[in-house]
Design a protein around this ligand. Structure first.
Ligand SMILES: *Cc1c(COP(=O)(O)O)cnc(C)c1O
Length: 406
C-alpha cells in the first residue's frame, strides 16, 4: 500500500547519490578473477583486486576446491554447532593457528562477521575499546555492537593513542584495536609502538590483518611478523577473501579461552551458516601455497617498487609507503572528477583501476587506488603506468607539482 511512496522516496535518494557523483556501478567480469580478466567490453589488466599472491585462480586452489565438492558435498545446511562442522573445518582452524602462531582459531563466514562477533562477547560496560579512527567499517560496526566505552585516536598517532589510553584508565579490560594495514592509504599501523603503549597501560591489542595475512612479513604471517611483535598481539582477525585464495571466510585467532567463548556466544557464528566445504578446502590449499610463496612475495614487493618508481618519474603524486596498495592522489576541489575521468579512460586503454572519493576517503583527497599482485609481470606494471600517462593527457590533467610527489 505504501510501496509507491517508498519507491518515490528511494528514487529521490538515488538521484541525490547520482547528483553528488557518488553512485557506484559494478563492472562485470566474464572470466575468473586474475591479473588478466575480461569484461563484456573486452580484456583488461586488473589492478584493483586484493589478489596479492595471485591465488584466486591458482590451479592448485581450484583443484582442491573441485575435489572437495566430490568428497565433502556442496553445502553444510547448518550452523557450526548444530551439524555444520566437518573435520575439514577444524583442520583449517588448526592450520591457521599454526600459521599465525596462536593457540586457537575460530572460523566465520567473513571477516566482517568475525569483527561483528568478537567485541560484544569480550567487552562489556566496564571495559574500554580504543580504536584507530580509520579502522575498517566492520571493526567500527562490531565495536558499536558492544556496550564498552569507546575511545578513538587519530590514525596511527601514538601520542593520541596514549592520551586515549590515559582517558580509559580504570576500565576492567582495555583493548587497542587497529587495522594492520589501512586499505585506502596502503600504510602500516605502527604495531611496535602500539604494543609498547598497550603494555604500559595494561591493554590488550587486537589487529585486523586482512590486508596483510599471507604476504606481509618474511613468512607471510602478517604485520605482527613484520614489526617483530607476533608474541605481543593478543587477538588477530583476518579474511580468507583476499590473499588467502580470495573466496570467503574470516577468523578470530588468539588464546584458547577467547576462541572457546566465541564458539559459545558470538552471534554471527551461532546464527549463520558454515563456510562451504569447497571454500574451506581451497583455503587450505592456499595456506599450503603461502608456505612456499617466498618468491611470489618477493615479486609482489618488486612490482610495487617498480610501479612506485615509474609513477613518481612520470610525475604522479603518490602516498609514500611499501605496501602493494599504491594510492595515486588527485587532491583538491576537482580531484574526484579528475580521478574518475582518468580511471574511465584507463579502462578504455585496457587497464582496470578504481577511483575513490568522498565519503570513502576525506574530501579533497580523491585517489586512484592501484593494487599490485605477484601475478602481474613487469610488462603489466609498465602497461599500467603508460595507461596512466595516456589517460592524464587525454583528460588534460597536469602532472603533480614536484613538491607533492613521493
Ligand atoms: C576486507 C576487510 C574486511 C572484510 O573481510 P570479508 O572477509 O570480506 O568480510 C575486514 N577487515 C578489513 C581490515 C578488511 O580489509
Amino acid at each position: 500500500m505504501y510501496a509507491s511512496e517508498l519507491r518515490t522516496d528511494l528514487a529521490d535518494t538515488l538521484a541525490e547519490i547520482r547528483g553528488a557523483g557518488l553512485y557506484k556501478t559494478e563492472r562485470q567480469l566474464t572470466t575468473p578473477q586474475s591479473a588478466h580478466v575480461a569484461t563484456p567490453a573486452g580484456p583488461v589488466l586488473n589492478f584493483c583486486a586484493n589478489n596479492y599472491l595471485g591465488l584466486a585462480d591458482h590451479p592448485a586452489v581450484v583443484e582442491a576446491a573441485g575435489a572437495a565438492l566430490d568428497e565433502w558435498g556442496f553445502g553444510m545446511a547448518s550452523v557450526r554447532f548444530i551439524c555444520g562442522t566437518q573435520t575439514l573445518h577444524t583442520e583449517l582452524e588448526r592450520r591457521l593457528s599454526e600459521f599465525l602462531g596462536t593457540e586457537d582459531t575460530i572460523l566465520f563466514s567473513s571477516c566482517f562477521d568475525a569483527n561483528g562477533g568478537v567485541f560484544e562477547v569480550l567487552f562489556g560496560e566496564q571495559d574500554a575499546i580504543v580504536s584507530d579512527e580509520l579502522n575498517h567499517a566492520s571493526l567500527i560496526d562490531g565495536i558499536r555492537l558492544s556496550r564498552a566505552q569507546r575511545y578513538r585516536y587519530r590514525n596511527r598517532d601514538l601520542a593520541d593513542l596514549e592520551a586515549q589510553l590515559r582517558a580509559a584508565e580504570g576500565a576492567r579490560r582495555t583493548v587497542v584495536v587497529t587495522d594492520g594495514v589501512f586499505s585506502m592509504d596502503g600504510c602500516f599501523a605502527p604495531l611496535d609502538g602500539i604494543c609498547d603503549l598497550a603494555e604500559k597501560y595494561g591493554a590488550l591489542v587486537l589487529v585486523d590483518d586482512s590486508h596483510a595475512v599471507g604476504f606481509v612479513g618474511d613468512d607471510g604471517r602478517g604485520t605482527p611478523e613484520r614489526f617483530g611483535v607476533a608474541d605481543r598481539v593478543d587477538l588477530l582477525t583476518g579474511t580468507l577473501g583476499k590473499a588467502l585464495g580470495g573466496a570467503s571466510g574470516g577468523y578470530v585467532s588468539g588464546p584458547a579461552e577467547v576462541v572457546a567463548l566465541l564458539r559459545q556466544r558470538a552471534r554471527p557464528y551461532l546464527f549463520s551458516n558454515s563456510v562451504a566445504p569447497a571454500v574451506v578446502a581451497g583455503s587450505l590449499a592456499a595456506l599450503d601455497l603461502v608456505r612456499s610463496s617466498a618468491d611470489a612475495r618477493e615479486r609482489l614487493v618488486a612490482n610495487a617498487r617498480l610501479f612506485r618508481a615509474l609513477m613518481a618519474d612520470a610525475g604522479f603524486d603518490l602516498l609514500p609507503g611499501e605496501h602493494p596498495i599504491v594510492p595515486v592522489m588527485f587532491p583538491g576541489e576537482d580531484g574526484a572528477r579528475t580521478a574518475a575521468r582518468i580511471a574511465d579512460r584507463m579502462l578504455a586503454e585496457g587497464v582496470y583501476v578504481i577511483a575513490f572519493s568522498y565519503p570513502v576517503v576525506p574530501r579533497g583527497r580523491a585517489r586512484i587506488r592501484v593494487q599490485l599482485s605477484a601475478a602481474h609481470s613487469e610488462d603489466d606494471v609498465r602497461t599500467c603506468v603508460r595507461a596512466f600517462e595516456v589517460a592524464r593527457d587525454a583528460v588534460g590533467a597536469p602532472p603533480a607539482p614536484s613538491s607533492s610527489r613521493a
